[in-house]
Design a protein around this ligand. Structure first.
Ligand SMILES: [Fe+2]
Length: 180
């Protein structure tokens, strides 16, 4: 049974705590580890990412990258919102990535296909955006506002992003699940 939302996306909440601190900290971490850009049939060629937790295999899913320690307290408010939303007995994260999409950058339409995506909720926390960002999931276009937290149906719906603005768009992407 899919744990994905029946809708293209759902809004989980809103959090602006520590956004500026995370944005400035991440500046020195983008692009250090290019596993994400190098994979996924080039849909991420216009992005740079800071990988805080980037696991694929079930047995590795609780591993974190060393830089995660720098962000752990800063992410606590948003992780608490996700915990409250899903109300799992053992809420855990499988991937946490801070992803920057450059001006005029495009992530082409795709579905996410991997076991790790089937077993997690794909949540986006918007840190920085602009009025010319278009984020489509299925037939919907997400309203984008810094601070908004969404879950998207990333396995069953095509999703696509275009940043038509002159500044980068930055999201924290969190894959979470019940670790039982
Ligand atoms: Fe995707």
């Amino acid at each position: 049974m899919s744990l994905k939302p029946k809708e293209d996306y759902i809004k989980i909440g809103f959090c602006t705590d520590n956004i500026n601190e995370i944005l400035s900290l991440a500046e020195s971490h983008y692009g250090l580890d290019t596993r994400r850009e190098d994979g996924f049939h080039s849909s991420h060629k216009d992005t740079r990412a800071a990988l805080l937790q980037f696991n694929w295999a079930l047995e590795d899913r609780n591993e974190a990258e060393p830089i995660y320690l720098l962000y752990r307290d800063l992410l606590e408010p948003v992780l608490n919102k996700l915990k409250n939303k899903y109300n799992y007995s053992n809420f855990s994260t499988w991937k946490i990535v801070i992803a920057e999409l450059e001006p005029n950058g495009h992530i082409g339409a795709h579905k996410d296909t991997h076991l790790s995506f089937d077993l997690t909720h794909r949540c986006h926390w918007i840190l920085k955006t602009n009025k010319d960002v278009v984020f489509k999931v299925g037939d919907s276009t997400l309203p984008t506002e810094a601070g908004a937290i969404y879950e998207i149906n990333n396995t069953e719906r095509d999703h696509e992003v275009f940043n038509g603005g002159s500044e980068s768009r930055i999201h924290v992407i969190i894959d979470c699940y019940n670790n039982v």
